[in-house]
Design a binder for this molecule. Sequence first.
Ligand code: MG
Length: 291
Amino acid sequence: MPPAQARAFDLQGHRGARWLFPENTLEGFAATAALGVPTLELDVGITADDVVVVCHDPALNPDVVRDAAGNWLPQRGPRLRELTLAELRRYDVGRLRPGSGYAATFPEQAPRDGARIPTLAQVLQACPSTRFNIELKTFPLQPEITIDGGQLAEAVAAVADACHAADRIIVQSFDWRGPRRLKRTRPDIAVAWLTRKETIAAARAWWACDAAASVPQAVAAEGGPTWGPVFTDLTEAHLAEAHRLGLRVVPWTVNHPQDMRRLIDWGIDGLITDRPDLALQILRSKGLMAS
Ligand code: MG
């Protein structure tokens, strides 16, 4: 295996570029790709009529979603799995709810009124030269919310095949059942293993992993090649261990320039950020991406 740093730095825009544009929308993905961001991260769920759609939340989020009459949802709405695609497409996700904490977190996000929750197929077709890191939003401890992680992974692979895009996707999840399924059935599709403290504790309960294994060792035991830790948990020692195991390390969600610089200097292999515009500037200044 070549040294991890021998491959290009993988800058990934989180949900497109959530700092700048409405998350997980066609409008946001196109605008982010136009900045020169090579990979766009997104989240997927599945509708009642089995269409893979791009949405972070398993149920409609009142901080993001307006109904067909333009009214903000008064509370959390129906689950994606309870709506057909036609029903889902009535909702507007182009603007954060004014006055919400979420809107205050992303004050520079430029609205795109009328934006709809897209299908995965629409996104793959709209940005034909962009890579996508597709996060499976499945919930092993709450199976009633949506389908099984392995099933959603297979559904994503089928969409990618129909769009001739299997060679430009990564499939990642905190629910390791999805990437684990693809490792077996679709070794041609790249996968990544997301972690945070809760995931590791739960994963050990589901799969009886070696309790003494470190997180990088657990990811390597799954076959890698990419580990996606929350950046606040990542230490330089973890990174070195992961590299010794042949893993690439792509932490999330790194939004502050000082954190980007520190992690880049440690030798991370990519990062996921709501601010890929800032990350591009930093990477170019360090000669890690072409201008
Ligand atoms: Mg995600």
